[in-house]
Design a protein around this ligand. Structure first.
Ligand SMILES: [Zn+2]
Length: 435
């Protein structure tokens, strides 16, 4: 199977989804009519690209009745309600059938037999989550909550953490460690920055690492520095995967045993469009991912803009799985452009930083003009100042911009609670950078 064939395997499903959404989801009728697109005339992927893309704003504005299939309701059985973290503004409530999400999760995991075995071995599915509180829709940022109030309907225990990760006090960290140890989860579902932070704390306190059989990293690009600490601190044999997911859609892709991110082109019809255009991207080209759900009977998404950038890889994977492979480049909104060209993405920056034994967290904040601000939390006892100077020079070479670098003991999370490594500050104060 070629890469194109893999993407197009779900095309017939996407055409059906489009016809179904046009007929049964109130928002889509006028949406397509306004663009002069009739589902019956959509026969090829090129036709499909004439369907106007949809965004978070469309779903927020038309929620709930406009984006739900006629005859379905919020209170129906098996309806799972999730809220996005509000990374790009207001939070978004999404509804999906639990069985649809479970099926997407299982199909996505097909690229990793070890992780499939972890799921299959977890009869009661004892899971702990450690992630930005806004992503879990439970109150957990104070020490006064109990595990019962933080247990999700599916049994997942959400560990307590401050909204601003690095401002989490020692008491709350202690509580999270205690609960994690007592709950003995089969697997962990975590933001990579969060998990690295917690594992650092466990090591500093002389505690053994958690004994979960598997770890699913989601919500955020895993930096080399976070992966280094996660791999170093967890017992050998722990299965660690990165997942590309959105609260609106569920799991879209997972890393295979060889470390490559494979997309789930069965549960979704996925389009990679060259960044800033509506042309299909080839291998090596920076692209934005658009996703169309397949067989969603509750709230179909058609050509939904994920806002995330990926680069398609050529060739087949050593792992033997034919699902297309991509490199995740992070949020398109955070790309640094110079004269209309993208010169830095969160991924490119992280590749420059590397596993970086000399730091734990970093953040590069860039604005329209002025120096790029690079802050990092150093690892004591390392030659971090020299490393930081070398890194700043490499970023300067890459971008042609001046880089102001400083070692700090705290870096703020975004409003969403996520700690991003590369952030475009749109207007002053946006990312909380001290001025
Ligand atoms: Zn692979």
């Amino acid at each position: 199977m070629t890469i194109t064939e893999a993407f197009e395997a779900s095309f017939a499903g996407a055409v059906d989804e489009l016809a179904f959404a046009y007929r049964e989801v109130p928002f889509y009728g006028p949406h397509l009519d306004a663009a002069g697109v009739r589902p019956a005339q959509v026969r090829s992927p090129a036709d499909f690209r004439r369907v106007p893309a949809t965004t978070k704003a469309d779903y927020r504005r038309n929620f709930p009745a406009g984006v739900l299939v006629r005859g379905t309701k919020l209170a129906d059985e098996f309806v799972f309600r999730s809220r996005s973290s509000g990374t790009t503004g207001e939070r978004l409530v999404t509804l999906a059938h639990t069985f649809t999400l479970a099926e997407r999760q299982l199909r996505t995991t097909a690229v990793h037999p070890g992780m499939l075995a972890v799921f299959a071995g977890a009869r009661e599915q004892r899971v702990c989550r450690y992630a930005p509180p806004a992503c879990s829709d439970v109150e957990c940022a104070t020490p006064f909550t109990t595990p019962e109030t933080r247990t999700l309907p599916d049994g997942t225990l959400v560990l307590p953490v401050a909204h601003d990760l690095l401002a989490t006090g020692p008491e709350l960290v202690g509580q999270a460690i205690r609960e994690l140890t007592e709950h003995r989860p089969h697997w962990l579902y975590a933001d990579p920055a969060h998990l690295a932070f917690l594992l650092d704390a466990m090591r500093e306190r002389g505690l053994p690492p958690p004994e979960a059989a598997g770890v699913v990293l989601a919500y955020n690009l895993a930096t080399g520095a976070a992966l280094r600490r996660i791999r170093d601190h967890l017992p050998a044999g722990t299965v660690v995967v990165e997942v590309a997911s959105m609260s609106e859609l569920g799991w879209l892709g997972m890393t295979c045993p060889d470390g490559f991110l494979h997309l789930n082109t069965e549960s979704f019809y996925l389009e990679l469009l060259r960044y800033g255009t509506d042309h299909p991207a080839g291998p090596g080209e920076l692209a934005e991912l658009y996703a169309t759900s397949i067989g969603d009977q509750l709230s179909p998404h058609i050509r939904y803009r994920t806002g995330d950038g990926y680069v398609l890889l050529e060739g087949t994977c050593r792992c033997g799985n034919a699902a297309p492979r991509v490199v995740h480049h992070g949020r398109c909104a955070d790309y640094l452009e110079v004269a209309g060209e993208v010169v830095l993405t969160p991924r490119i920056l992280d590749e420059l930083v590397g596993p970086a034994e000399w730091l734990t967290f970093y953040k590069l904040t860039h604005r329209e003009s002025g120096p790029l601000l690079l802050r990092y939390v150093p690892v004591p006892g390392t030659a971090h100042r020299e490393h930081a100077a070398t890194l700043a020079a490499a970023i300067g070479d890459r971008t042609g911009r001046e880089v102001a670098v400083s070692a700090v003991d705290y870096i703020e999370s975004e409003r969403s609670g996520k700690l991003f490594g590369c952030v475009r500050a749109v207007h002053s104060g946006e990312s909380g950078v001290p001025v």
